[in-house]
Design a protein around this ligand. Structure first.
Ligand code: SF4
Length: 361
């Protein structure tokens, strides 16, 4: 039995960030308790007692809920599944966790933190409407290391108002000197139903060329500072690539629990009830199959080409012909690399990965 990952979705945030369209609810202690009880019910009623080797608490803001609830959820996972977790991650927000909470996480067996730093520049954080400052992030990183964490990831956003290569260089230079091992870097994307989707915000963002320059600079600067790119948006010191997230890109199976959590298990993709009320009130129903034949050519190609190591051309029977037609031009423009049987995208290729992938599909 190949072990799977478990993703627990914690749908609570202290306040809604104006650029974010993730499903989340405002914190209330009653709601959080009934959410936690529902998660445990669903775990204990899960129809398969499969082997699990990674656990990931994501959100929302998992660090907002009491740490004893996280421990109860972990205990339910240990009792229902056959867990030998190589990597147990929790996403935390600076200002919301203190040393005691981080220490409690470490003592309950969580061995990886993903910290929502976003930027080391307070002006950029204010633009994003984040409630924390760089000082709060620094304290969180230092407290995490003091609590014993040796696998710390920080989120970094690019494409922000006023952000330049110089401010990005400062953020990277600051982060790489700290005891962290992983950086996830995301471009600010304007989502449709968010307050950021308006001309007054969009007109203040860097244009496409400036964004491209920042991305290429970031890849080069992180690589030369010991954080090798292993995925379009992810960089790690050797041996610290995320085991859990790699499952998504490698089309491996995982179980998602929580309102709006997705799963890929037993050969099917499915989702649970989107809303918290339904999730907490129903006993165990509410799984909706979204794909009963996952792992298609397109899906594997799309996910595999997000990875720096790329894909094996021989695993994709129609690819060879497409590369004979389109590959020369892509190689000339330094968008792809082909070594023996392996096709991968370059940093320049990652910038336009969607159009490269659709031309190969
Ligand atoms: S960005 Fe994170 S903290 Fe902000 S609303 Fe979205 S999930 Fe919550």
């Amino acid at each position: 039995m190949t072990p799977v990952g478990v993703y627990i979705h914690v749908p609570f945030c202290a306040a809604k960030c104006p650029y974010c369209d993730f499903y989340s609810e405002k914190y209330s202690s009653e709601l959080v308790k009934s959410y936690k009880d529902a998660v445990i019910r669903r775990i204990m009623a899960y129809p398969y007692r499969t082997a699990v080797d990674t656990i990931y608490f994501g959100g929302g803001t998992p660090s907002l809920i009491p740490e004893k609830y996280i421990e109860e959820i972990l205990n339910a996972l240990y009792s229902h599944f056959s867990v030998k977790s190589l990597e147990t991650t929790i996403e935390v927000n600076p200002k919301i966790v203190n040393y005691n909470k981080l220490s409690a996480y470490h003592n309950m067996g969580i061995n990886r933190l993903s910290i929502g730093v976003q930027s080391c520049n307070d002006k950029e954080l204010a633009f994003l409407g984040r409630k924390h400052s760089w000082k709060n992030s620094l304290e969180t990183i230092e407290n995490a290391a003091r609590a014993g964490f040796e696998n710390i990831s920080c989120d970094l956003m690019i494409g922000l108002e006023g952000q330049t290569i110089s401010s990005l260089r400062n953020s990277i230079n600051t982060l790489v000197k700290l005891p962290i091992q992983h950086i996830s870097s995301y471009m600010l994307k304007i989502e449709e139903n968010t307050p950021f989707n308006c001309e007054s915000i969009i007109s203040r963002l860097p244009d496409e060329d400036a964004y491209a320059d920042m991305y290429l600079f970031m890849v080069e600067h992180l690589n030369s500072n010991g954080f090798a790119q292993y995925e379009i948006s992810n960089f790690a010191r050797p041996g610290f690539e995320s085991i859990h997230n790699n499952k998504y890109w490698q089309c491996k199976e995982y179980i998602g629990i929580g309102p709006s959590a997705h799963s890929y298990f037993n050969g099917k993709r499915y989702t649970s009830d989107i809303n918290l009320e339904k999730f907490t009130s129903s006993e165990n129903a509410g799984y909706i199959i979204t794909d009963d034949n996952p792992g298609s050519y397109e899906e594997r190609l799309m996910l595999g080409l997000r990875l720096k190591k790329g894909i094996k051309i021989s695993d994709f029977p129609e690819l060879d012909k497409k590369l004979q037609r389109l590959g020369k031009e892509m190689l000339k423009n330094e968008l792809i690399e082909i070594k023996d049987d392996v096709l991968s995208l370059t940093a320049k290729g990652f910038l336009i990965s969607n159009s490269i992938i659709s031309s190969l599909i």
